[in-house]
Design a protein around this ligand. Structure first.
Ligand SMILES: [Zn+2]
Length: 140
């Protein structure tokens, strides 16, 4: 009799354990508040860093291209926030025209493509106008 009672107790105990919440980062059982998701700040920050990092190789490639594009645009722009370069030269620097982060149509119908905070616009004679976007927020 005693043995079977103990068995029941153990069974209940196991049930309880299987529904116990675990840390989203390391999988250790969580103790304390019911809404806890991590055992400590270290696990929370590891988890968040992972979530915010480039999750696939494809994402990493695209982000690298965008960052490179931005660097190239930055190198073209002068202190007044503007620059001009031929399309060919931009291409030679390794600029990838397929990738950009935003598009902006001006009132005059020009379409700026942006790589983060730098934008470019094709102008006459295969030249490209490059601007630091923040300095010309009202560009039209
Ligand atoms: Zn943890």
């Amino acid at each position: 009799m005693r043995g079977s009672a103990q068995k029941t107790f153990r069974f209940d105990n196991t049930q309880e354990m299987s529904t116990e919440k675990v840390c989203l980062e390391c999988g250790e059982p969580l103790k304390g508040r019911a809404d806890k998701k991590f055992c400590d700040d270290q696990c929370r920050s590891n988890y968040n860093n992972k979530m915010n990092s480039d999750v696939t190789a494809e994402m990493r490639n695209i982000n690298n291209i965008l960052r490179k594009n931005r660097r190239i645009l930055e190198s073209v722009v002068h202190e007044d926030g503007k620059g001009k370069i031929s399309k060919m030269k931009l291409h030679d620097k390794g600029f990838n025209f397929k990738y950009f982060t935003q598009m902006h149509t001006t009132k005059s119908g020009g379409i700026y493509k942006l790589c983060y905070d730098y934008g470019y616009l094709p102008i006459e004679n295969d030249f490209i106008m490059v601007i630091k976007w923040g300095m010309f927020a009202n560009t039209n």
